[in-house]
Structures are given as structure tokens and as C-alpha cells.
Design a protein around this ligand. Structure first.
Ligand code: BG6
Length: 469
């Protein structure tokens, strides 16, 4: 039976906006997440004028201050034996307004130092170029990704990164969860989209522009960094039909196509046939420029990275609602839910890996998987996070099954190996980490780090290459 390759990339995943803090330090400009407050309604509360307000709590501004604590944190990742760290570069540290003529040297130096530190510990950086981090100025000035101008700014940004980090970074991915352009357009495509008839037009136009930008990034990456791999990244938690009623099955399949549309374009290099009817029904007309199709066809991604948190259950006709974990569906009586209401389904991970490998036959990287839950510090100072360890164990077992099934999977990064700000709610107390950070939802705390029981557990998982669970 096949098992994890010797050089399997076990690690953890972070995003700059959820961990770094230092939101204006060393020349950084504002980015979209800097405007989001704490709470489930953080997207609804967003000021349409895109301004900050005194006295409001914006969790990204300090986050866990990884910007100043990275040496300490990376030392702990190293102690855990992590082989890789997936994190992102905050675009507005490099180009504070997105359209600046010159990059910000201090921002470039920061990441260079951080990557050096990772290598010192034998940890491979896996870098997301844009993880919900569109510079705010690009949103204000150009409206976000449905404006074609962003393609050029992104291309320039990518080239600066590839030139500067070509000796340090061999694994890249372009846009985090690009398919969330249809579900969470502010995060994924830097667009404030009113829930009106025009939304699909803007969203699919943004998607096309991002496909062009993705293809240009793939092209530059291959030209500038021989041997580097550059993936696309999607949110691919899946949905099951609620019953065997054919309508439920058909509609659930179409729901899946809404996501796979994105990887179909970026991995197969062409638009899938099913999208024409969809666009016709929605009245969408995507503007393409001469040469776009060829560019997309010639520059497909090397691998598919995806997040998997849960499965949902779909009933034909139900309103499509989503959160950062996937779709919000009907209750599945066979699955337990996390404290935040996300169904826990390890078998679903094996299912999705098989589905995706059958479809693309490209290497795959599990870029996010994890359990966000509350933690308590016991009187003896320990954090006995058994639910998190159980979640991890079951998902690694499922992953082992997927590898045995023949899926080509080269890495797994646990989401938030250290507690960070939640993307969906801005909470600190929705914790994913093996390392606890003393900070609460109001922004109070010493930022002190403390190992949870799961720290030693993941260390053992990695040391045994996924065998000792
Ligand atoms: C993914 C995002 O959607 O889900 C992450 O890529 C996010 O940025 C993760 O943090 C978990 O979601 P949440 O809302 O629990 O932070």
C-alpha cells in the first residue's frame, strides 16, 4: 500500500493579514482586511466609504504580532519538526498602494529575513502571493479585480517577488481560494459587491482577470526561477446531496461546478463547456482580450492546492450561503459539528482528494485543514486540546487512505499552527493552533505563546512521517 513520500511536506499554514500585525510599519499600506472588525457581521459592517474609524477594534492591526515575533514562532515550528510553512506576502508591504512605481525596500527585506530564518530551521517556505490582501488603494481607485488594470499591477508585483526571492522560495501559489470570488468577493477579489443583479457579471469578470494574472505569474515564475512550482489555490470543502432525489444530486453537482470552474480553467487551460449556459442564464458577458485564451492555455499551474475543512449537505432549491469553511447546508445526521457549526468529516477529505485527482491528474497540496475551537488553560497551565488532536488524527488517516488510493499528494499544512485571527469572524478565540497566543477578541492580552498538548502530538506525527497517530 502506498504511503506518504519520504520528503512529504508536513507543515502549517498562515496568512500575513491574520498573523503579522504591524499594519502600517516599515512603509506598509492599508489592505482590505485592515478595515474588517471583529464579529460574524464583519463584512456587513464594512464602511462602504472604506475608511477606518477611531475607537473601533480592527484585529489585523496587531494580530499576533508575528511581524516582531517571527523568530520565536519559527523556532517553535522548527521544534515541532515542520518541513514547510505556508504563509503569504502582504502585497501592500511591497507595493503600499498597489500601483506605486517602485517597491518598498523595507517590506522586501522583512520577507527575505523571515525566509532566511525558515531555512535556518530546515523549513521550506510555501508562499501565497495574494491571500485576501489586495492593497486598499487598488480597491478605492480601481474598484478591485473586475478592473483589468489590476492584472498589470499584479504582474509587476510577482516579478519583483520572483526576482528577489528566487534563491529562497521554490513553492508558490497565486490567489488564495480564488473560487471565493463568487462567495466572498471582498476577500478573494478585493471588490465591494452589492447583492444585486450585477454581482455575477462583476464576479466572473474578476475571475477572468485573475486567470490572466495567474497565467502571467506562472509564465514569469517558470522563466525566472528554474525548477520552481507554482500552484493555484481553491477552497474545496465539498457538498453532498441531501438525498438521492435526482434534483438534489443534479443541483449539488452544479454547485460543485461553481468551484471547479476555477481549477478547470487554471489546470486544463481552457474554459469548460458548462460555463456558457451558466453565463447565458446569468446574463454575464466576460470581456476578454486577444491573446488571453492562448496565454491561459500555455501557462497552467503545476499543482492544485486547496483547503478542506468540512462537507455540507445540499437540498435542491436551497439558497446558497457560504462561510470561510465552505457552503452552509442542511444538517447531516451522520456528522458532528465544531463549536462554530462546521461539520467534521474526515472521509470527505479522502473523497475530495480522489475526486480532484481523477479530474486533473496533477500533484496536490492540502494547503489548509484544521479545527477552530475554544481552548481553556487548566489550573496546572496545560491546554488539553483533545478535540483538535482527534480532528488531526482522523484527517491524517483519511489522507493516508487517499495516498493509498493513488492520489499524488505532496504536502499537508495545518491551518493556523499558532493561534491567529479568524478570517470569517475576526475572533482570536476561534483557535486553530498547536501554540496558544494570549489574546482575546477585544484585543487584550500579553501575546505570550504557550504550547498546547497538540504541539507534541503533531511533532510525533511529523517525526513518524504520518505513521504514529
Ligand atoms: C480559509 C481561509 O477560508 O479558511 C483562511 O483561506 C481562513 O484565511 C480559514 O482563516 C479558516 O476560516 P476562519 O474563518 O475560521 O478563520
Amino acid at each position: 500500500m502506498k504511503t506518504f513520500a519520504k520528503n512529504f511536506l508536513w507543515g502549517g499554514a498562515l496568512a500575513a493579514n491574520q498573523c503579522e500585525g504591524a499594519y502600517l510599519e516599515d512603509g506598509k499600506g492599508l489592505e482590505i482586511c485592515d478595515l474588517l472588525e471583529t464579529g460574524k457581521d464583519r463584512f456587513i459592517k464594512l464602511d462602504p466609504a472604506l475608511e477606518l474609524h477611531e475607537g473601533h477594534v480592527y484585529p489585523s492591526h496587531e494580530a499576533i504580532d508575528f511581524y516582531h515575533h517571527y523568530k520565536e514562532d519559527i523556532a517553535m515550528f522548527g521544534e515541532m519538526g515542520m518541513k514547510c510553512l505556508r504563509t503569504s506576502i502582504a502585497w501592500s508591504r511591497i507595493f503600499p498602494n498597489g500601483d506605486d512605481a517602485e517597491p518598498n525596500e523595507k517590506g522586501l527585506t522583512y520577507y527575505e529575513d523571515m525566509f532566511r530564518e525558515l531555512h535556518r530551521w530546515g523549513i521550506e517556505p510555501v508562499i501565497t502571493i495574494s491571500h485576501f490582501e489586495t492593497p486598499l488603494a487598488l480597491v478605492k481607485k480601481y474598484g478591485g479585480w473586475d478592473n483589468r488594470k489590476l492584472v498589470g499591477f499584479f504582474e509587476r508585483y510577482c516579478k519583483v517577488l520572483f526576482e528577489r526571492y528566487k534563491d529562497q522560495v521554490k513553492y508558490w501559489m497565486t490567489f488564495n481560494e480564488i473560487n471565493n470570488t463568487l462567495k466572498l468577493p471582498y476577500l478573494a477579489a478585493g471588490m465591494v459587491v452589492a447583492d444585486d443583479d450585477n454581482a455575477p457579471q462583476r464576479q466572473y469578470q474578476a475571475a477572468h482577470n485573475m486567470f490572466v494574472a495567474n497565467a502571467l505569474a506562472v509564465k514569469s515564475c517558470h522563466e525566472m526561477i528554474p525548477g520552481a512550482k507554482i500552484g493555484c489555490m481553491l477552497s474545496l470543502s465539498t457538498a453532498y446531496p441531501n438525498t438521492c432525489r435526482p434534483e438534489d444530486v443534479m443541483e449539488t453537482y452544479q454547485l460543485r461546478q461553481r468551484s471547479l470552474f476555477f481549477s478547470d480553467v487554471m489546470l486544463r487551460g481552457r474554459y469548460p463547456s458548462y460555463i456558457d449556459r451558466k453565463w447565458e442564464e446569468l446574463g454575464v458577458q466576460v470581456q476578454m482580450e486577444p491573446g488571453d485564451s492562448e496565454l491561459i492555455a500555455q501557462n497552467t499551474n503545476d499543482y492544485l492546492a486547496f483547503s478542506y475543512y468540512m462537507t455540507s449537505t445540499h437540498i435542491a432549491g436551497m439558497k446558497i450561503r457560504s462561510n470561510t469553511g465552505g457552503h452552509v447546508g442542511a444538517d447531516n445526521p451522520y456528522l458532528e459539528k465544531s463549536k462554530w457549526g462546521w461539520p467534521i468529516d474526515p472521509v470527505g477529505l479522502r473523497f475530495v482528494c480522489n475526486e480532484l485527482y481523477d479530474r486533473y491528474q496533477k500533484p496536490m497540496f492540502i494547503a489548509e485543514n484544521g479545527l477552530g475551537t475554544a481552548d481553556t488553560i487548566d489550573p496546572d497551565g496545560r491546554i488539553r486540546d483533545t478535540a483538535r488532536m482527534e480532528y488531526l488524527k482522523k484527517h491524517i488517516e483519511a489522507l493516508q487512505q487517499a495516498v493509498a488510493d493513488g492520489c499524488d499528494i505532496f504536502g499537508y499544512t495545518w491551518w493556523g499552527p499558532i493561534d491567529i485571527v479568524s478570517a470569517g469572524t475576526g475572533e482570536m478565540e476561534k483557535r486553530y493552533g498547536f501554540i496558544y497566543v494570549d489574546k482575546d477578541n477585544q484585543g487584550n492580552g500579553t501575546l505570550q505563546r504557550r504550547k498546547k498538548d497538540s504541539f507534541e502530538y503533531y511533532k510525533k506525527v511529523i517525526a513518524s512521517n504520518g505513521q504514529d497517530l
